[in-house]
Design a protein around this ligand. Sequence first.
Ligand code: SF4
Length: 356
Amino acid sequence: MSHSFYELTPEQVTAWFADRGHPPYRARQVMAGVYRRGVSDFAQMTDLPAALRAELAREFDLRPVTPDRVVQTSDTTKLLLSLPAGGQVECVRIAMDGAFTACVSSQIGCAVNCAFCATGHGGYERSLTPGEILAQVLAINRLGPGVRNVVFMGMGEPFHNYANVVSAVRRMVSPDLLALSPRRITVSTAGVVPAIHRYAEEGLATELAVSLNASTDEQRRQLMPGVARYPLAQLMEACQHFSAAHHGRPVTFAYVLIEGVNDTFDDAERLARLLKHQPHHLNLIPLNRVTHSALRAPAYPRLRAFLQACRRHKLNVSLRHSKGEDIEAACGQLRAERAGPAVSTNAKAARSQRSG
Ligand code: SF4
């Protein structure tokens, strides 16, 4: 049985061509065709000798992952993809500042089980391979101009799928594959402390985003039980390690504001203490309505007051509104709908609540 071309690293592609006596430029030609031009059938690579096209087609599966469902608004397109190995995954194309951003998933489901998230509520199924992560970017690129930015803010906790996410990032920045600038890739974590320390030393110059959402360990235990074993003090140490290893680069912290849970002036003061020694940008995000829970966003005056309190504490802070909440672009929602009515009531959760 042929195996997926998308699972190969550039080194493996190069080795395959070398083993068969083909010149190295042929490997680069094929990788550019697949990843830059979006070719999804070796027969279309007419700049290759016919015998080589046939050999590639015998050896590798190049079928693209195509969307089962597409939901679109003026600036956001959400795709539900069925993966050949089984399972469905969501990704989103977001138009912003004249360029496109791909918001990709790293897992089907998620074990962090955030109180405000449809994906977490649906449970964990499996982690995605590097090829399945890249396939989301390629599926989005087929919609039009290629994406310039990638954010790992879809379904799943990227650092619970560490090796495959790092491998996918390496392929995204590889000049032979997607050739994206590392600065235009953001890996977002709920706060898996050992993985943040490890990622700090990977030599990958991407951005790091952390879903903070709480100013005390008790709040985090309630809101994000799957990462509650890592106290905030340790989380901050890990973030400082990342910044120190990247010449003082700020970490983006997402803070979903929830009425009566984490929206007091004391919370703002505690946040200021937590972030005092940490290069940061803090994004405040009003909670999207989650129908499986009673949690809700604070009213607008409260949001403004919280923002101003953060500013008084000299935090580098913005109040964000999610893109895509009007098109059910919350992570896990399209998939939940396909799973049937029992789960579909979990709609409107929190892709955007991961986002910065
Ligand atoms: S918000 Fe992110 S980390 Fe939390 S359950 Fe949802 S997908 Fe997982």
